[in-house]
Write a protein that binds this ligand. Sequence first.
Ligand SMILES: Cc1ncc(C[n+]2csc(CCOP(=O)(O)OP(=O)(O)O)c2C)c(N)n1
Ligand SMILES: [Mg+2]
Length: 567
Amino acid sequence: MKDKAMVTAGGAIFPRLKALGVDYVFANSGTDFPPIIEGLAQAAAEGIDLPKALVMPHEHAAMGMAHGYTLMTGKAQAVMLHTNVGLANGAIGAINAACEHIPMILMSGRTPVTEQGRFGARTVPIGWGQEMRDQAALVREASKWEYELKFPEQVTGLLDRAHAIASSTPKGPVYLSIPREVLCEQVSTEGLEAPASMAPAQAAPDPEAIATLARWLAEAEHPLIIAQRGAGDAESFAAFADWAEAWGIAVCSWWATHLAIATDHPCHVGADPGPWLEQADVVLILDCLAPWMPDAHAPKPGAKVINMGPDPIFSRFPVRNFRSDLSITGENARSIPALIAAMEGLTKGDHIAPRRARLAETTARARQAQTEAAQPKAGILTKPAVSRILGEALDAQEAPSTVFSELGTMLGPLPRRAHRSWFQEPHSGGLGWSFPAALGAQLAEPDRLCVATLGDGSYMFANPVACHQIAEALSLPILIVILNNAEWGAVRASVTGLYPEGAASRANQMPLTGLAPAPDFCKVAEASNSWARAVETPDDLRPALDASLQIIRDERRCALLNVRIAG
Ligand SMILES: Cc1ncc(C[n+]2csc(CCOP(=O)(O)OP(=O)(O)O)c2C)c(N)n1
Ligand SMILES: [Mg+2]
C-alpha cells in the first residue's frame, strides 16, 4: 500500500473487515451506497487487500448466505444493506443468526440526515421518507451490540469492537448503522490493514463444575444427553462419539439443528426424548434452547439436570424454565474435551458394559424399524421416504456432503454421520433460510456437495428467483430438493394438534394452509440455468437424484428436484 492514500470512510470499511478475517461482504445496495461503492473502487485501485463484495439481489439471501458460510467456517462475515428498508428485509436473518449464535457484522446505511449544504446530503425524496428515529430498533432484539458510526475516523475502532463482540461467547450478530454523510468523508488508509486490536473472548468451562458433572455422569444408572447444536468442532465431535460409546451414554437429537453424533452410532437414540427422559437419572442438556416439550415430557423426579453450552441458561430469552441443577458456560469445543478429560480418571462401574450392549441393541432395532417405516405410502412419497432415498444417493457419492433441511428431509431416516453434515432451520423459524444457507456453505467449500431440502412453502419464502440468480452468478452448484405437498403442512398439523376434532380439521380444505395451484418450480430454476425435474412417483426419485448429482459434478450448475409428497 502507498503511504497515506485517501479513501472514503465507506471504502475504509472493506480493508478493515479483511484485516478482521472477513472473507465476504454480502451487499444489497441503494442510494446510501455511493461513498461505499466509490470507496471500494478507490481501495481496489490502491491495491489494498479487500474481502470479496458480492451483489445479493435480496437481503434475506444475503443474511442466509452469511449464516451458511459461517456454519462451515466458524468465521464472522459481513452483510451490508440499504437503510431501514434493506434492514427490515434482513431482520429475519438477524433473528435466525441470533437464535443460532452465528457471529455476523450487519451494517445498513442511514439515509442522509442533512437536507443540503454538506457533501452526501439528501438528493432524492427517499432521504426524507427513509429517515427513522430509531433505525437500530429493527434488529435490536437480535443484536448483541449496536451503534452508529458518528465520525469517519471511528471506522477501525468500531469495526474491531463489533467483530470482537460478535465473535465472543455467546456469539451472535451485531449491528452498525453507517450514515451517508459520514461515509462520504475521506480518511487515510494508514493502519487499515493492521491486525485486529481486540481479541474475542472465548469462554471455557469452570473446572469445578466439570468435575461435578463428570462424577454425576460416571455414577449415573441411566445418563442421557440431549444435544441440539452439535458437539463443538471436528475434534470434539469425534471425541464425543468415542466417549459416549465407552461410557454407554444415550444421546438424543430432539429438534437438532446441528449433528452431535452419527445417526447410526450405537448411542444415538433418535429424536424422541420421551422414553429416555422417563428413566434418566442424569440429564445433560447440551446446548439446547428447548430440550423437550414440557407439555409432553418431564425428567424423572430427583433426576439431576445440567445445562451446558455457550449460554446455558439462554439469558436473552424471556421465558425458558427448563430445570438446571448445574449450569456450565463454555464453547462446546472446549467444554466437551474438558468433560471427557475429567472422566478419564474415573472408574467405570460394572453396570457400564451391559448398559453399552443394551443401548447398542435397542438403537439398532429402532434404526431398523425407522428404515422400514420410511417407505412410500400408497404409491406416494413421504418425508421419511425421501429422506431415506436421498441418504442412499448421498452415501454413494465420494464428495463430503452437507444437508440443510427446512421442513424437508428428516434426520434419522436420512442418515448423517460427519461433523457439519446436517443443519436444520433455526429454532427461531424464520423461513426461507435453507436455500441461501446452502449457497453460503457452497461458497465456503466449493468441493463439498451442498444440498438444500425444503418444503414448497419454505422454497417460496427464500425468494427463489434471487437465490437462483446468485447460484448462477457465483457458480454455486447446489442440489435443491423441494418436498412439495402444495400446502403449509406444519400449519395444518398445528391446527389439528390443538383442535383435533375442530371445525377446521373437519373442513374439506383447511383455511389458510393451502398452496394450490402449485407453481412449476422447475421453470423458476430453469430461468437461471439450473437443471430441474419434477418427481411424481417413488420409483423416479433415485434416478432423478443420481442424474442431478451427475449434472452438479459434470456441469457445475444447480440441480432442482420438485418432488411430490403426500400432504
Ligand atoms: C417467515 C415465516 N413466516 C411464516 C412462518 C410460519 N410457518 C411455519 S411452518 C410454515 C409452513 C411451511 O411450509 P412448507 O415449507 O411447505 O413445509 P410443510 O409444512 O408443508 O412441510 C409456516 C408458514 C415462519 N416460520 N416463518
Ligand atoms: Mg409444504
